[in-house]
Design a protein around this ligand. Structure first.
Ligand code: NDP
Length: 449
C-alpha cells in the first residue's frame, strides 16, 4: 500500500500547474490537481489568450484604413463588441475542454474545487482530505487595485474581458504590460483612451529609447498618454466616473481600468500555518528546484512572483517534473528570456537594455534603425518601426535586441534563439536577409550610432 494517496498534488491548473501535473504523470507519478475556477488559469481565461484575440480585433480598424491605399474601398465599418466577446468566450471554453482532456488523458485526477493545505502532506478539497508525498502550489496571481477613495468604481483586466459594452471614453491606470496592451485594444476599437502613469515614462525597465519610440507611436494612433500623475480619487456621477488626479486635473470617463500590477495568490491556503516562508510581496520563496521552506511543498509560476510569464511557468513545470519524477535534475535558465508587450504597435525585447549594457560592459556598440515599414508606403501613415541591437565590443556578441513595430513579438522570438546560441554581430551580418521584410533590418545594420 502506498503511504500517500498521491505522489504529487498540484493546487492550481494554470499554465505551470498543468504542465507539472501532466509531465509528472507521464513519468509515472500518481498525480492529482485541483482548480477552483477555469482550467488553464490566467493565461487561458483572463490573460494572454483572450488579450491576443482582442489585440487582433483592435488591429482591424487600422487595417481597414490601410486597405484604402491598396485600392480597396471599405464601407463604413461597424464593430460589435458583444459578438467579439461571445466568439472569444467560445474559443476559451474550447481551450478549457482541451486542458481537461490533456489532464485526464495523461492520467491526472482532476478536482474542480478549491484546495487548501491541512498539513505538509495533506490537502483538503471540498472538506475531503487527500494525502500526497509532495504538494505543488501553482495558484498564480491576481490583479491589484490602488487603495484610493472610490476604488470600488475601478475594474481590473479580469473584468475588462467581460464588459457588457464598450465605453466612449476609458482611463487606463498603470504603465506595465497590461496598461499598454489595453490602451491599444480600447483605442483600436474606437474608445477615446487615456493611459495614466505615475512615473516620467511608462514600461519602466525596458530600453528607454524603445519606450520613447512606443510612446510616440501610440500618440500618433490617437491615444492620450499622461505621465507623472496618478489617481487621487474617483467619484461616480450619473453618467460617468469623475477622476481627480494628483496634479489637480479632473477626467470624466465611462470606465477606469486599473492595470497597476498583480499579487500572488497565497491567501487562505494555509501556507502561513505550515510555516511556508513568504517574501515581502507575500510570494512563496523557493530554491532553485522550486522547493519552499517546507521540504514537501513546492511552488512555481506567478505565485512565486518572479518572472510572471506563461512560458516561464511552463519551463518551471517541466523542470519540477523532470527533477522529481524524470530522474533528471533540471534548472530553468532565466537569462535571455524574450518578451513582448502586445501594444499597438508591439514592443518586443530580449537581453539587456542599453542602460543595463552600459553598466555591465566596458564598451558596447549600439545599432539603431528607424524606418517606415514597407506596408505603410501606400497608406499615407507616418508610422515608424524602431530596431536596436546592442553588441559587446570585446566579444562581438549581441547582448540586447529591441523592436517597436508590427509583429515585433514574432521577429524577436527568432533573434532570441540566435542570442541564446551566443551569436556575434559578425554572424548577424553574415546572415542573408529575407527581402522584403522588416526583420531583415536586423541583419543589415552596419554602422553603430
Ligand atoms: P506590471 O508590474 O508590469 O506594471 C504595473 C504598473 O502599475 C507599473 O507601471 C507600476 O508603476 C504601476 N503601479 C503599481 N502600483 C501602482 C499604484 N498604486 N498606482 C499607480 N500605478 C501603479 O503589471 P501589469 O499589471 O501590467 O502586469 C503584471 C505582470 O503580468 C507583468 O509584469 C508581466 O509579468 C505579466 N504580463 C505579461 C504580458 C506579456 O507577456 N505580454 C501581458 C500582461 C501581463 P511603476 O513602474 O512606477 O512601479
Amino acid at each position: 500500500m502506498p503511504r500517500y494517496d498521491y505522489d504529487l498534488f498540484v493546487i492550481g491548473a494554470g499554465s505551470g500547474g498543468v504542465r507539472a501535473a501532466r509531465m509528472s504523470a507521464g513519468f509515472g507519478a500518481r498525480v492529482a490537481i485541483a482548480e477552483e475556477r477555469h482550467l488553464g488559469g490566467t493565461c487561458v481565461n483572463v490573460g494572454c489568450v483572450p488579450k491576443k484575440l482582442l489585440v487582433y480585433a483592435a488591429r482591424c480598424s487600422a487595417e481597414f484604413e490601410e486597405a484604402e491605399g491598396y485600392g480597396w474601398s471599405v464601407g463604413p465599418a461597424k464593430f460589435d463588441w458583444q459578438r467579439l466577446i461571445r466568439n472569444k468566450n467560445r474559443e476559451i471554453e474550447r481551450l478549457n475542454g482541451v486542458y481537461r482532456k490533456l489532464l485526464t488523458n495523461s492520467g491526472v485526477t482532476l478536482f474542480d474545487d478549491r484546495a487548501t493545505l491541512v498539513d505538509e502532506h495533506t490537502v483538503s478539497v471540498g472538506g475531503r482530505y487527500n494525502t500526497a508525498e509532495r504538494i505543488l502550489v501553482a495558484t498564480g496571481g491576481r490583479p491589484t487595485i490602488p487603495d484610493i477613495p472610490g476604488n470600488e468604481h475601478l475594474i481590473s483586466s479580469n473584468e475588462a474581458f467581460f464588459l457588457d459594452n464598450l465605453p466612449k471614453r476609458a482611463l487606463i491606470v498603470g504603465g506595465g504590460y497590461i496598461a499598454v496592451e489595453f490602451a491599444g485594444i480600447f483605442n483600436g476599437l474606437g474608445v477615446d483612451t487615456t493611459l495614466l502613469y505615475r512615473g516620467p515614462l511608462f514600461l519602466r525597465g525596458f530600453d528607454e529609447e524603445a519606450r520613447r519610440h512606443l510612446a510616440g507611436e501610440m500618440e500618433k494612433k490617437g491615444m492620450t498618454l499622461r505621465f507623472a500623475a496618478n489617481l487621487e480619487r474617483v467619484a461616480k456621477t450619473d453618467a460617468e466616473l469623475r477622476t481627480t488626479l494628483t496634479d489637480g486635473s479632473v477626467l470624466s470617463t465611462g470606465l477606469i481600468l486599473a492595470a497597476t500590477g498583480r499579487a500572488p495568490n497565497t491567501s487562505g491556503l494555509g501556507l502561513e500555518q505550515l510555516g511556508v516562508a513568504l517574501d515581502h510581496n507575500r510570494a512563496i520563496i523557493v530554491d532553485e528546484h522550486y522547493r519552499s521552506s517546507v521540504p514537501s511543498i513546492y511552488a512555481l509560476g506567478d505565485v512565486t512572483h518572479r518572472l510572471n510569464l506563461t512560458p516561464v511557468a511552463l519551463a518551471e513545470g517541466m523542470a519540477v517534473a523532470k527533477t522529481l519524477y524524470g530522474g533528471r535534475p533540471t534548472r530553468v535558465d532565466y537569462t535571455g528570456i524574450p518578451s513582448c508587450v502586445f501594444g499597438q504597435p508591439n514592443l518586443a525585447t530580449v537581453g539587456l537594455t542599453e542602460e543595463e549594457a552600459r553598466r555591465q560592459y566596458a564598451e558596447i556598440a549600439v545599432y539603431v534603425s528607424r524606418f517606415t515599414p514597407m506596408k505603410q508606403s501606400l497608406t499615407g501613415s507616418d508610422e515608424k518601426t524602431f530596431m536596436k541591437l546592442l553588441v559587446d565590443n570585446a566579444s562581438d556578441r549581441v547582448i540586447g535586441a529591441h523592436m517597436v513595430g508590427e509583429d515585433a513579438g514574432e521577429i524577436i522570438q527568432g533573434i532570441a534563439i540566435a542570442m541564446k546560441a551566443g551569436a556575434t554581430k559578425a554572424q548577424f551580418d553574415a546572415t542573408i536577409g529575407i527581402h522584403p521584410t522588416a526583420a531583415e533590418e536586423f541583419v543589415t545594420m552596419r554602422e553603430p550610432v
